[in-house]
Design a protein around this ligand. Structure first.
Ligand SMILES: [Zn+2]
Length: 212
């Protein structure tokens, strides 16, 4: 089962993905985390994409799907949850070439942009597992004990706004595509994270129950 998480930056896709990953049958793959891992490891691709990414730009889709294909490497799980694929409707074909047809698309939506911007400016990330933390009540990752860091691309408002405009431009196309196929579920992301997680799990049960 392939599930896509779509929604604006800061809406809670990463928090949800990491919460779902606690189920053994779920594998959560975030495009942003793949990118940041390449950059941190200073691979050939990482060195090539570091400057554009830190400037808040995006990298060519073919490179993203190359990273995704390499990450999956033919390994399968009962539920593959993707975050950041596709970023635009026109990438749909490239995506299915790597993972096949998606079974469900979950749109996390409904949080006002002002609030999202505040969340992004506040958020910190674990440099090992790429889990994000918005509340700033802790400065170390509870799983890895690594010191949390801000993302370079979150450091200034202009970069955040550039990504926001990109989402606004892509949103209707993605909704039209997946509503048309009949696999889109809208989720009100203003609900508490636990409730969002329960909603998603009930959607999974309809698709085939995840193992605990
Ligand atoms: Zn961690």
């Amino acid at each position: 089962v392939v599930v896509l998480l779509i929604g604006q930056q800061g809406v809670g896709k990463s928090t949800l993905g990491h919460a779902l990953q606690e189920l053994r049958s779920v594998r959560y793959v975030s495009g942003g985390a793949l990118i940041r891992r390449e950059i941190a490891a200073e691979t050939e691709i990482g060195l090539r994409i570091r400057d554009p990414i830190n400037a808040g730009e995006r990298i060519p889709p073919e490179l993203m799907y190359e990273l995704l294909g390499r990450e999956l490497d033919g390994r399968t799980t009962e539920h593959l949850v993707l975050d950041g694929f596709p970023l635009e409707a026109r990438e749909h074909g490239e995506m299915i070439a790597v993972v096949g047809e998606p079974d469900a698309v979950l749109l996390l939506d409904g949080v006002p942009t002002d609030e999202l911007v505040q969340r992004i400016e506040r958020r910190l990330e674990c440099p090992k597992c790429y889990r994000t933390f918005v509340d700033r009540e802790q400065d170390r990752c509870p799983d890895c004990d690594a010191a949390l860091e801000g993302r370079p691309e979150d450091a200034d408002l202009e970069k955040i706004q550039r990504r926001h405009r990109r989402w606004v431009g892509a949103r209707e196309g993605l909704i039209g595509l997946y509503d048309g196929i009949g696999i889109l579920t809208r989720i009100d992301a203003r609900r508490p994270p636990d409730e969002v997680r329960s909603l998603v799990l009930s959607r999974f049960e309809e698709l085939g129950k995840p193992r605990r």
